[in-house]
Design a protein around this ligand. Structure first.
Ligand SMILES: Nc1ncnc2c1ncn2[C@@H]1O[C@H](COP(=O)(O)OP(=O)(O)OP(=O)(O)O)[C@@H](O)[C@H]1O
Ligand SMILES: [Mg+2]
Length: 231
């Protein structure tokens, strides 16, 4: 039996600019168990990034509640949210979001510094992660000295550094060629299979869809679970 990791209840997000209101996510409910590999797809503007930002506790919903490991998050302070995110959630962004003045090594090390991991353990962990993504030799390079695929793999190593229970990825292969896409997905699939890390991946990439254990479609801010057989 896998345990419930994340539960979103009646989640809504409205963006207001002047008189205009955009309802990006509408009364959406979702459960993610440890060990899940959920793929979410949907047309541009359907609310995918908005939803991931809510689930990743980066952005707050207009209404509704998100429970992470049974704990309601809507009333937590920004500081508690940041701490929870750091320890339990790994975020992989479409545009990598690496820190440009830091090396690959330092980017991966960053969350471990925030966690106050001891230097020796930290060094071992960073090298282990860079090896896992095939970048140990390029540890000293800054993002601008790396290819898109290499940058994405640094982003993944960073997302995994703190040993998250949940990985959220927004079109992680959108900027990668098929070989790098395969590599990145194999890495996530291995973590999922070996450590039971739950993955929620927003994508349109058919190469990614074949890794799914569940698939859901987002349309107009609402989620509809689909069957894997039809894919
Ligand atoms: N900060 C914001 N202010 C106002 N409207 C926003 C904001 N962010 C997103 N939106 C709107 O919310 C809706 C959902 O946007 P979102 O970025 O979540 O879509 P998406 O599914 O990720 O699209 P894409 O596939 O193009 O990345 C869109 O109509 C978008 O214009
Ligand atoms: Mg998006």
């Amino acid at each position: 039996m896998s345990a419930m990791l994340l539960k979103a209840e009646n989640l809504s997000k409205e963006y207001r600019s002047g008189a205009e209101v955009v309802r990006a996510v509408r009364s959406l409910s979702l459960e993610v168990d440890s060990g899940d590999f959920l793929i979410i797809n949907g047309p541009s503007g359907s609310g995918k990034t908005t939803l991931l930002n809510l689930l990743g506790l980066i952005d707050r919903p207009t209404s509704g509640e998100i429970y992470l490991e049974g704990r309601a998050t809507s009333r937590l302070s920004p500081r508690s949210l940041a701490d929870l995110r750091l320890r339990r959630i790994g975020l992989i962004f479409q545009t990598f979001n690496l820190i440009s003045v830091l090396s690959a090594y330092e980017n991966v090390e960053y969350p471990l510094l925030l966690l106050r991991m001891k230097p020796r353990e930290r060094r071992r962990r960073v090298m282990e992660l860079l090896e896992a993504v095939g970048l140990a030799d390029l540890a000293h390079r800054r993002p601008e000295q790396l290819s898109g695929g290499q940058r994405q793999r640094v982003g993944i190593a960073r997302a995994l550094a703190a040993g998250p229970a949940l990985v959220l990825a927004d079109e992680p292969t959108a900027n990668l060629d098929s070989e790098n896409s395969q590599r990145v997905m194999d890495l996530l699939a291995e973590l999922n299979a070996r450590l039971g890390v739950a993955c929620v991946v927003v994508t349109h990439d058919p190469l990614v869809t074949k890794y799914a254990r569940r698939i859901a479609h987002l349309r107009d801010g609402q989620l509809q679970e689909g069957s894997l057989n039809g894919v």
